[in-house]
Design a protein around this ligand. Structure first.
Ligand SMILES: [Zn+2]
Length: 356
């Protein structure tokens, strides 16, 4: 079955290949070669998203992972000590998401060597997940599957994302009028005052159990002795409820507009559709299948709500029910990132249970 030694070696090999977001060419090539070696042809799109079909019986399922890693992620030197795999402390390890990638590759290898019956697999490996969600450019019309699994939720194996937030990034420009602050300040319209008044009236941070709002970027002003003509703010609003998310955005826009107009200024409010949320019924067949697979590897499920974006959001938005599992790494996106050999093996066993 799962060959732990080979799995670890695959993982080590993968993390040693530099693949910061947007620079995935080498790892795409390496993985395609690995698949080719077991007789599987892959299609790579113009940015590097990779599709591989593995024949099987019954309804097809998508297995998904992403190739890219965050910085500092170059020249990763993995080391294994007391059953834990870490970097040398200068870079991330890249278990996000190469633990999933290694586990999936191991399972595909196992299937190629055995007569185990399994579902047809559509392997979709994405690029730029950490930055601009490269999966957006993938041709979903390719896919036969109605469901799928990915392993890109931080946290222990057993975690299962059944709710993910709708997230919208907004950009706000408050425009007033510049004037010399010492000579004729009354001729100016202070954009910062309007923005500050609006900020103070609104709620930020955790709004309720399922929603958050934040302004994270502030820019503005021209000189210490000039009434600030323009202030730019950018932030995001997140909620499991699409309605709440939209209501929060509406309130932000309205409040800034009101405060700008009181002073004689104006605003420009722009929104980017960042990612779509989803909610799974915990009694649905797919969730039951996931819980059962976790049970088989000795893990109790913990349903969680995700407030970040992942490929799963996009699959779900495109009509493929995609469940996102915890993959058992710790301290991800830091140089202290680590995963145990035990979790790496458990992850491979989980992948196998899900497709047989
Ligand atoms: Zn990830």
């Amino acid at each position: 079955m799962i060959n732990q030694k080979r799995l670890i070696q695959t993982f080590i090999d993968l993390v040693k290949i530099d693949s910061p977001s947007g620079e995935e060419q080498a790892i795409v090539k390496n993985v395609c070669q690995k698949l080719e070696a077991i007789g599987l042809r892959s299609e790579v799109d113009s940015i590097g998203n990779t599709y591989t079909f593995i024949k099987g019986m019954g309804e097809a399922v998508v297995l998904n992972a992403h190739f890219d890693t965050v910085e500092p992620g170059r020249n990763v030197r993995p080391q294994i000590k007391d059953g834990i795999i870490r970097s040398d402390g200068k870079t991330v390890l890249g278990a996000d998401n190469k633990a999933a990638l290694a586990a999936i590759l191991e399972v595909i290898q196992v299937l190629s060597e055995s007569t185990i019956q399994h579902y047809p697999i559509e392997l979709v490996l994405s690029v730029k997940e950490e930055t601009e969600s490269g999966i957006k450019q993938f041709d979903f019309s390719h896919l036969k599957s109605k469901k799928g699994f990915c392993f890109d939720s931080s946290g222990p194996i057993g975690n299962l994302v059944t709710q993910a937030s709708y997230i919208t990034e907004f950009h706000l420009e408050v425009t007033g009028k510049a004037a010399h602050a010492g000579i004729e300040p009354e001729k100016g319209i202070n954009a910062l005052t309007a923005a500050a008044k609006a900020m103070a009236q609104l709620s930020w941070g955790r709004i309720d159990k399922e929603s958050t709002a934040n302004v994270g970027l502030i820019k503005g002003g021209e000189a210490v002795n000039t009434v600030p003509r323009k202030v730019e703010l950018a932030g995001d609003v997140r909620s499991i409820s699409l309605q709440t998310k939209n209501a929060l955005l509406g309130k932000i826009e309205k409040t800034f507009k009101k405060e700008a107009e009181i002073l004689g200024g104006e605003i420009n409010f722009g929104k980017l559709p960042y990612c779509e949320g989803y909610v799974f019924d915990q009694e649905s067949d797919l969730v039951r299948q996931a819980v059962e697979a976790l049970g088989k590897i000795g893990k109790k499920v913990k349903f969680i709500q995700s407030n970040g974006g992942a490929d799963a959001n996009l699959f779900n938005a495109r009509g493929i029910a995609m469940l996102n599992f915890g993959y058992g790494a710790r301290n991800i996106h830091t140089v202290a990132e680590e995963i145990s050999v035990e979790n790496l093996s458990l992850l491979a066993r989980l992948v196998l249970e899900l497709i047989i």
